[in-house]
Ligand binder design. Structure first.
Ligand SMILES: Cc1ncc(C[n+]2csc(CCOP(=O)(O)OP(=O)(O)O)c2C)c(N)n1
Ligand SMILES: [Mg+2]
Length: 396
């Protein structure tokens, strides 16, 4: 069956049935693929925690020690604990919004740990695990979500850009930065994170074109978590996302995004390609967003429990735990200590958020233009008059 004929048969949503507003669950439309486009998945660790051989990618994790494996496990557990704390803080009114990474820990820790200190990372708003790997204090990730600052960390301290909400735009920033890295003759690499939904953005297509043509040292790391708010991946692409790279002239690989070892190996390979002048790579980490899109979203409006349950069986943390236990790489003491550390992290973050000072109301007018701008001056003056109007009425 051709791709065109499959597309023609796909049921279209009727007018007025906007996703997330009808209250009915839609049946997911699964596009059948040509034999030639059957997706292949790199996996080194099965959901049952069994290590499987892979002729191409084993070498990228060949020397990994039990201590490093425990480290990856610790990273994922602490990231999940932090994320749960942030969700609770939003529910308690301490944050305006939160975008949970639940389920995507392996995709983020595996890729984040593959980066070198001098590499540069361009994240979306969900990369809390990558931020952790880069050494950004988790508490600092919460300022923007509390509404007290516009970012919360200095991007150049950890080579980790500010969170980007404008879907896909950071892939262009990453490409431009990577072109600069190449011009400087440096051997560092750049990695741009984005989602399955973002893959439909023009910005992403343009970044693919430019990076390919200029052979930019950039890794495009797409976390296909199956959903873009209420839109399933089938609405983004008629071919598996990683296969799109071929049309732009660079390789694409799909890796089991819930397998931290697999992700580590594939991302190391892709970063190595970038460093050695071989240009861009697209990595599609096949994973699942276990929670809501953000705390403003209700996924029960557009997807069923069965889907979530099927992915729960592929949990990234559980599978590494099974592997660690089966190979005697971690004992009860390790898991108990980690539990204590997790609770301490939750407490520290909770306290840090509650202690965040309210911002100066005029701070929002700063940092947009280095030398100021007449329109911003006008808006600042208007806002000052507005504030003063409360004082006139005796209010505060
Ligand atoms: C340019 C732009 N269009 C639309 C939005 C609204 N929006 C926010 S998140 C989102 C979906 C993104 O889905 P995906 O890229 O799969 O990332 P995920 O949230 O699943 O991590 C959309 C459409 C936006 N932020 N920016
Ligand atoms: Mg998505």
């Amino acid at each position: 069956m051709t791709v065109e004929s499959t597309a023609a048969r796909t049921p279209r949503r009727s007018a007025g049935s906007k996703a997330g507003t009808t209250g009915t669950k839609r049946t997911r439309t699964t596009a059948k693929k040509d034999a030639g486009t059957e997706p292949q998945l790199v996996q080194l660790l099965t959901p049952e925690g069994k290590r499987v051989k892979n002729a191409e990618y084993d070498k990228y994790v060949a020397g990994i020690t039990p201590e490093e494996l425990r480290g990856l496990y610790r990273d994922m557990v602490l990231t999940r604990r932090f994320d749960a704390e942030a969700t609770s803080l939003q529910r308690q009114g301490e944050l305006g919004l939160w975008a949970s990474l639940l389920g995507q820990e392996a995709a983020q820790i595996g890729s984040g740990r593959a980066t070198r200190e001098d590499d540069y990372v361009f994240p979306t708003y969900r990369e809390h695990g990558v931020a952790w790997c880069r050494g950004v204090d988790p508490a600092n990730l919460l300022g923007m979500f509390r509404g007290v600052n516009n970012g919360g960390w200095d991007p150049n301290s950890n080579n980790f850009q500010l969170y980007t909400i404008v879907i896909g735009s950071q892939t262009l920033h990453a490409t431009g930065y990577a072109m600069g890295v190449a011009k400087d003759g440096a051997d560092s690499a750049v990695i741009a994170y984005f989602g399955d939904g973002a893959s439909s953005q023009g910005d992403v297509a343009e970044s693919f074109t430019f990076s390919a043509v200029y052979n930019a040292p950039v890794v495009f790391f797409c976390q296909n978590n199956q959903w873009a708010i209420s839109e399933p991946t089938e609405k983004q692409s008629r071919v598996p996302i990683y296969q799109r790279a071929q049309g732009f002239g660079f390789p694409g690989v799909r890796v089991d995004g819930n397998d931290v070892l697999g992700v580590l190996a594939v991302t190391r390979w892709a970063l190595e390609r970038a460093r050695s002048g071989e240009g861009p790579t697209l990595v599609e980490a096949f994973t699942y967003r276990m929670g809501a899109h953000t705390t403003s979203d209700d996924p029960t409006r557009y997807r069923g429990d069965e889907e979530r349950q099927a992915w729960e069986a592929k949990d990234p943390i559980l599978r590494l735990r099974r592997y660690l236990e089966a190979s005697n790489h971690a004992d009860d003491g390790f898991f108990a200590e980690l539990e204590t550390e997790s609770e301490a992290l939750g407490k520290r973050v909770r306290e840090a958020v509650r202690a965040m000072p309210d911002p100066d109301h005029f701070a929002i007018f700063e940092n947009a233009y280095a030398d100021g701008h007449a329109l911003v001056d006008e808006e600042r003056a208007q806002f000052a008059a507005y504030q003063a109007s409360f004082a006139d009425e005796g209010g505060n």
